[in-house]
Design a protein around this ligand. Structure first.
Ligand code: GAR
Length: 189
């Protein structure tokens, strides 16, 4: 058996996708190891989740760096120290610059709660509801310098539950957890 692929999960918020990935690993569905959780929001709930799993966290406040390049260089140093091979963005609400992209070419993936290219950016679920679409969904894609752009790897549709944002959000998150695990299974093989 080959060694598990070493990944870092980047997150800015709740971290439910991180947890789904970690649980898939623990069930033996994903041959990977989360070496590091990286967050730009030291108070984010993802930190608590990571601690529960005993996974190290790198929490850096970008504002404490002179530039984005310096911030990402500090992250790259930590990733290299743990031998990270792939970067998995899971609710990391920051654009990735050419510094990190050059360090991990074709090795950074993201999940977004819409059928891209529709509704990129923040609050994709709210944007979809506001627009009145009946079907939205989830996209996994490679990351480039744009906002939720980059080649699409996998997509799944989710019906909007009319008049019930909470239920729609729940359905989307459930689909995210399934789709991200499946896509990572294929990519990390
Ligand atoms: C997820 O819905 C993810 O798709 C979205 O943030 C949420 C994070 O949830 N990402 C984006 O909108 C990226 N543009 P989580 O912290 O519970 O995994």
């Amino acid at each position: 058996m080959t060694a598990p692929v070493k990944i870092a999960v980047f997150a800015s918020g709740s971290g439910s996708n991180f947890q789904a990935i970690q649980e898939a690993i623990e069930r033996g569905e994903l041959h990977a190891k989360v070496e590091l959780v990286v967050t730009d929001k030291p108070a984010a709930f993802v930190v608590t989740r990571a601690e529960k799993f005993g996974i190290p966290v790198l929490a850096l406040n970008p504002k404490e760096f002179a530039s984005k390049a310096d911030y990402e260089t500090a992250i790259i140093e930590a990733l290299r120290e743990c031998g990270v091979q792939w970067i998995v963005l899971a609710g990391y609400m920051r654009l990735i610059s050419e510094v990190l992209l050059a360090a991990y070419p074709q090795r950074i993936v993201n999940i977004h709660p819409s059928l891209l290219p529709s509704f990129p950016g923040k609050d994709a679920i709210g944007q979809a509801i506001e627009h009145g679409v009946k079907v939205t969904g989830v996209t996994v894609h490679f990351v480039d310098e744009g906002m939720d752009t980059g080649p699409i790897i996998a997509q799944a549709a989710v019906a909007v539950i009319e008049g019930d944002r909470e239920a729609t959000e729940m359905a989307i998150h459930q689909q995210e957890h399934v789709l991200y695990t499946k896509a990572l299974q294929q990519l990390l093989k």
